[in-house]
Design a protein around this ligand. Structure first.
Ligand SMILES: [Zn+2]
Length: 576
């Protein structure tokens, strides 16, 4: 007895299922792009817990040891590449040669803040170079000004003069964001354009009495020389050129070496007239660079930077645990002023020539300040963690519920034969994207870290590039395996299967990350997650686009063949 013919699949239903999957993909992609695009900004905190507590600024009243302090930041100079530079080596001979640890995430803006406020990125809320709002933490400049000292800066990188904007007339103590004559929410969203309207008349001042942004060749030397000639007691010099060479060619390149030599020569010329019997020079860096170029992660070559101190008030000693957050309290001790009051670092008393009694006063001031700042940070982190845990169950429930719903939908569609999970098809089509995408990211280095991306913290662009390659591979693989499917309806049903599986495989991990690492990030995700969170988010958008393209092509093939058959049938009709 012949088997009854299989009931034919309704064309309309297969197409309807494809359109539903397309819609689902579009929603997922839009959400993913939104989350991915704001990831770097979500890491930033405009007013961290510390900024809301008054700074601890009690004066330990220790003698002033240096008439002037020149604090030099060579952006991106890693420690082991800071030797055999004549000027720096000469400073080392005259003073002390230390290494300092930078703070994760090892990007520039976060660590200018570490150096100048003594607050690491974790607590300062400045975690990437996407921080556009004024830092509302007590700074070295605020302390110096409050003590009646003049502060100045020269840099070929425009950021420093504007990083710590203050309301005019504010001595720098406890700044309320409301006092800033700019809409902070607008600055977060569109830092330059929207605030520009009111910018010329804004009631703001730079933290420096004299701020020189000199981005042209020779500008740094000219401006720095003028500041050395001048009378500012605290002078912050920032050189950006070494970091630029690091990004372009890597720390293991001739160009980087040349950039360090050029910077060293310029500093030697500019600071030649500094009288080290009266004044002090400190040289450090915000972060290092990988051999291939890049920073942001926790690699030793990225974390370890030089810290050289020479001149008045400096005495030789070894310090093995210096950090960038220790720089500002140490400068404060040299100038005889209170340390920045939100700082979480210590005075490097080992290298400061204080008598035992004064040294003790500095140490107790440090202890009280650390007691205050550490508890504020600990409370805010504990609170954030508790909130996270509280919401995690709900978020996990939503993700798992959504997944269950999708599986139920798939079962229904499979029964109606409008969705087909053909194992061989899925095995070729689905891994294509993920394998290519993650393999490309992995080729950047042995592990996931923001340092492996050479560009300055622009994770998204690098990831998008890899995602596009992955998408093309998956699209070709999908079309190649679908080509072998029999009739049109089953071909589209198999395409629906690829679409459904791809969406599930990308959306569930993205959902889990959303449950475990939701924005805003009071707690900074680790270096691996800093890459994986945007990377996984992006896979949702890519899968959705792939799904859309695969299904669209299949729908076109489907329609074209149906039309062709119709024409053939019509032709044979008229022939008979
Ligand atoms: Zn850099």
């Amino acid at each position: 007895m012949p088997k009854p013919p299989k009931p034919s699949v309704s064309t309309g239903r297969v197409v309807a299922a494809a359109v539903t999957l397309l819609l689902l993909g579009t929603v997922g992609a839009t959400q993913a792009v939104r989350v991915g695009a704001s990831f770097m900004r979500d890491l930033e905190l405009v007013s961290p817990a510390l900024s809301k507590s008054p700074p601890w600024t009690e004066d330990p009243k220790t003698p002033r040891l240096a008439r002037r302090v020149f604090l030099v930041i060579i952006d991106g100079l890693r420690s082991d590449h800071s030797y055999q530079l004549p000027f720096l080596d000469e400073l080392r001979r005259k003073g002390v040669d230390l290494e300092a640890q930078s703070h994760y995430p090892t990007w520039s803006r976060p660590n200018y803040v570490s150096i100048l406020t003594g607050v690491p990125p974790r607590a300062s809320g400045v975690r990437t170079n996407w921080h556009f709002t004024p830092v509302l933490l007590d700074s070295l400049m605020d302390r110096a000004r409050a003590a009646g000292l003049k502060v100045a800066t020269a840099t070929d990188y425009g950021l420093l003069p504007s990083l710590f904007l203050r309301p005019v007339g504010n001595g720098g103590v406890a700044i309320d964001p409301k006092d800033l004559e700019v809409d902070i929410d607008v600055m977060v969203e569109a830092p330059a354009s929207k605030t520009a309207l009111r910018a010329p008349g804004a009631n703001l001042r730079s933290p420096f009495h004299d701020a020189r942004y000199v981005p042209w060749p020779g500008g740094f030397s000219e401006a720095s020389a003028a500041l050395v000639e001048g009378n500012a007691e605290l002078v912050v010099l920032l050189i950006g050129a070494v970091d630029v060479a690091g990004h372009a060619h890597g720390a293991d390149s001739e160009d980087y070496l040349e950039a360090t030599q050029t910077a060293d020569r310029a500093l030697g010329r500019v600071l030649a007239s500094v009288d080290l019997a009266l004044d002090t020079i400190i040289v450090t860096a915000d972060h290092g660079h990988t051999d291939a170029g890049g920073h942001g992660g926790t690699e030793p070559e990225v974390l370890t930077v030089p810290l050289i101190l020479a001149g008045a008030g400096v005495k030789p000693a070894s310090v093995f645990d210096a950090r960038l957050i220790d720089v500002s309290p140490t400068v404060s001790a040299l100038l005889g002023i209170p340390a920045p009051g939100h700082g979480m670092g210590r005075t490097l008393v080992e290298v400061v020539a204080l008598d035992p009694e004064a040294r003790q006063r500095r140490l107790s001031a440090d202890r009280l300040r650390l007691l205050a700042t550490r508890s504020v940070v600990a409370v805010s982190e504990a609170r954030a963690e508790a909130e996270l845990l509280e919401n995690r169950a709900l978020r996990l429930g939503l993700v798992l519920g959504g997944a269950a719903l999708a599986i139920a939908m798939a079962v229904l569609l499979i029964r109606r034969r409008v969705l087909r999970l053909d194992l061989r098809v899925l095995m070729v089509a689905i891994p294509a994207f993920f394998v290519v995408y993650y393999a490309l990211i992995a080729t950047l280095g042995q592990r996931f870290s923001p340092s492996l991306l050479p560009q300055q913290g622009h994770l998204t662009m690098a990831l998008v590039k890899y995602a596009i390659v992955g998408m093309v591979v998956q699209l070709l693989a999908s079309l190649w395996v679908l080509r072998r499917q029999g009739d049109l309806a089953s071909r589209l049903a198999a395409a629906n299967g690829i679409a459904w599986t791809g969406l599930m495989l990308s959306m569930i991990p993205a959902g889990l990350l959303w449950a475990f690492f939701p924005a805003p990030y009071v707690l900074v995700p680790g270096a691996t997650w800093l890459i994986l969170i945007p990377a996984v988010t992006l896979t949702v958008a890519c899968s959705a686009i792939d799904v859309a393209l695969t299904l669209a092509i299949e729908l076109i093939v489907f329609a074209a063949r149906a039309r062709y058959r119709h024409l053939v049938a019509a032709a044979s009709d008229s022939a008979s």
